[in-house]
Design a protein around this ligand. Sequence first.
Ligand code: TA6
Length: 277
Amino acid sequence: MDDNTGLQKITLRAPSGSTAEVYCHGAHVTSWKTTSGEEMLFLSNKAVFKPPKAIRGGIPVCFPQFGGFGPLAQHGFARNSEFTVVDGGSSSVTLSLQTNEDHLKLFPHPFELLVTVSIGDEELEQTLEAKNTGDKPFELTAALHTYIAVSSIDKAHVVGLKGVEYMDSLQDKKRLKEGGDSITFTDELDRIYLQTPDVLEVVDEGKNRAIQVEKEGFPDAVVWNPWIQKAAGMADFGDDQYKEMVCLEPAVAGSGPVTLEPGKTWKAKQTLSLRHF
Ligand code: TA6
């Protein structure tokens, strides 16, 4: 179904009434609403829906590279590419990206990336499966760059990372150790936590809810808020909307790339679920 963006969008619906919306552009999840109808993901009110620009918010698929961890432009090209629907039903969809000649000029390693999104009563599941369809091994880094909606950044914090080593992207990837039980936000924060526990949470005291992020196959997790200045410097970031989001991103990043042998498949997954308190 096309909407007013002119882009193909798939709406998923669970029997409970929860929904998700996924664009073929970037296999990009832009909305996840639970049975209450409340939106769980942040989407910039200045997001651009004009390929190849990536949509600001939701869940950008960073592949075959996260950040600058490889030879490509920031976050790779999957989020800027058109996927095709290869399977699906009312509550799930599988989209495929097969490298074309333009991709291969940038990244001379053919692959197929399958992204599957499924909606449950109070959870959203997203799986990446990348198959090396070439005859040489290649290295990949990746992330599901998840923008969680929060009532206000001063009421939000991330839990589950105490004692975990991280790279501080604001200090030239300097390695430090997380000392606190929870990560709060009072300025720009951009950290790559290494070899983290697989269950993390974004807690929103303002809504008495937490979004649990459970990851498989992603050793690392990125925590990011651009704060005032960095957000103001992004034309597709709504005014003051840095207050409405926390990025918690399952990733293959600082712990080192995955080497994918010819014919083999790398698989990773995140499950987002809602917890009230
Ligand atoms: O995941 C955090 C990060 O790598 C930040 O450094 C910031 O660049 C953010 O991603 C957004 O990147 P983008 O290319 O989408 O503007």
